[in-house]
Design a protein around this ligand. Structure first.
Ligand code: 13P
Length: 251
């Protein structure tokens, strides 16, 4: 049975004190835990080790928003997968559209990051998603297929550690959500690709999350679709009550 996951990507939001407060609030309020369900927060780097402490004894897990392609060395200002492992990170985002767009991350770089994370026993959440232009042109399936292509070079064991997030760029932070039918179409497409490339068992067991203006008012409908295994939440993850209302929609 694949895991249901609600993940909160805080992006570059919250100062240190606000971040600790938010983590504490999520941990305190997440009491209705269910087997096979995971709640994960992705605070900024600066907050990570303090949030690890804050979450101890709770059922909330933690991930990082990014890591570097190398394990160590002269890369001023960067953080490696090994460093993240040493403070107990369980997950890390890879290939978020903001990193692809603003930091020009390409497939080679994303592949390196995935390797580093897997070597450090951190589960990658690999993000994909088409732009508004791709959607209007009707080329969105090709775009998704191309973005996922680099994953097929990994072994089945490596791939089994990965989570996929479908985040249409036109829905991120815009208030415009993909309809549940649009999300289901892409999620089913992704699962079919996994089946073709990696086999039926991995297709069945890989969690595929939806991200892009997911909020308490639309989470039920999105998560009600067969191939939507949860969400990667941006804006609504900055409020513990909204975030946990989205978690409730997993049931
Ligand atoms: P929003 O929920 O703010 O649209 O952001 C989604 C996202 O990019 C999560 O990674």
């Amino acid at each position: 049975m694949r895991k249901k996951i609600v993940a909160g990507n805080w992006k570059m939001n919250t100062n240190f004190q606000e971040g600790i407060e938010l983590a504490k609030s999520v941990a305190d309020k997440y009491t209705d835990t269910k087997d096979g369900q995971e709640v994960v927060v992705f605070p900024p780097y600066l907050h990570l080790s303090a949030v690890v402490e804050e979450l101890k004894g709770s059922k909330v897990t933690i991930g990082a928003q990014n890591c570097h392609t190398e394990l160590k060395g002269a890369y001023t200002g960067e953080i490696s997968a090994g460093m993240l492992q040493s403070i107990g990170m369980q997950y890390c985002l890879v290939g978020h559209s903001e990193r692809r767009a603003y930091f020009f991350e390409d497939d080679h770089e994303l592949t390196q990051k995935l390797k580093q994370l897997l070597n450090s026993s951190i589960q990658p959440i690999f993000c994909c998603g088409e732009s508004l232009e791709d959607r209007k042109e009707g080329s969105y399936l090709e775009v998704i297929e191309q973005q996922l292509e680099l994953l097929w070079a990994f072994s089945e064991t490596e791939f089994s550690q990965m989570v996929i997030a479908y985040e249409p760029v036109w829905a991120i932070g815009t208030g415009e959500t993909a309809t549940a039918e649009q999300a289901q179409e892409i999620h089913a497409f992704i699962r079919t690709l996994i089946r073709e490339k990696m086999g039926a068992a991995l297709a069945e067991n890989t969690s595929i999350l939806y991200g892009g203006s997911c909020k308490p008012s639309n989470a039920n409908e999105l998560f009600g679709k067969d191939d939507v295994d949860g969400g990667l939440i941006g804006g609504a993850a900055l409020n513990a009550d909204d975030f946990l209302a989205i978690v409730k929609a997993l049931n």
